[in-house]
Ligand binder design. Structure first.
Ligand code: C5P
Length: 229
């Protein structure tokens, strides 16, 4: 019983422009991945964690969290969805199809326990998301660059966060099918949508940021410092 968490952490972090993948950059003096795992290992009801790492990364065992018996490692793939699929292959061989799975980006160390509890209380197919606060433009490409095609209805725009939640069997089947059919799969919800499901949007806190660009490191450190001060 309990739920599993899948952590895709096999990216290269190109937009960060650092000397190593962003999941290994120091945040409050510890590697980002280490903070995210420490956060996850404190979620009540957790059965285990499957971390998808690049096969270029041998340096996982130096993280103290990797020694927790609930933490398992698989080798990730070329895209985020391939990394998640590798973790689901691992889980499908040992857990029941109805086991709840939460997929959570290594790059989101700041997700708060109250949001995890909200997601666990929601429907079995659901994701944390944030109502858009900026006005959103749909663009078209002109010769000289992008320009506005039209403005979308802001009231219906949500920005997807993680964790994203679904039963193991359903998520595994949808992700496999979506990838096999060449669908654009940038999160778990898009694979589920591809298979006709409508994941529930659970409003998440705005400080569940994804560390992507250099200033996000400082922002994440500030969020964590304020929370645990
Ligand atoms: O690039 P982006 O910020 O969307 O990556 C989200 C998460 O997916 C990161 O934690 C990254 O390490 C992971 N990822 C992965 N395998 C890839 C690409 C990204 O696990 N091939």
């Amino acid at each position: 019983s309990g739920f599993w968490v899948v952590v895709p952490a096999a990216g290269v972090g190109r937009r960060m422009g650092a000397d190593r993948p962003k999941q290994y950059l120091p945040l409050l003096g510890r590697p980002l991945l280490s903070l995210t795992l420490r956060n996850i290992l404190g979620w009540p009801g957790l059965a285990g964690v499957v971390v998808a790492l690049s096969d270029r990364d041998s340096d996982f065992s130096y993280l103290s969290e990797s020694k927790d018996p609930r933490v398992h490692r698989v080798t990730g793939g070329a895209e985020r969805a391939d990394s998640v699929l590798a973790a689901l292959d691992f889980l499908a061989a040992r857990e029941a199809p109805e086991t709840p799975v939460l997929v959570h980006d290594a790059a989101r160390p700041c997700v708060a326990l109250e949001d995890i509890e909200k997601l666990l209380r929601a429907e079995p197919v659901a994701l944390l998301a944030q109502p858009a606060s900026d006005t959103v433009k749909l663009s078209r490409k002109d010769e000289s660059g992008p320009s506005v095609d039209r403005t979308l209805d802001r009231g219906s725009i949500w920005l997807a966060q993680t964790p994203q939640r679904a039963p193991l069997g359903l998520l595994h089947a949808c992700l496999r099918r979506a990838l096999a059919q060449g669908a654009e799969v940038t999160d778990e919800a898009s694979a589920l949508e591809f298979c006709g499901h409508s994941p529930r949007l659970v409003p998440g806190r705005s400080d569940n940021i994804k560390v992507t660009h250099p200033p996000d490191i400082v922002l994440a450190e500030t969020i964590l410092r304020l929370r645990y001060a």
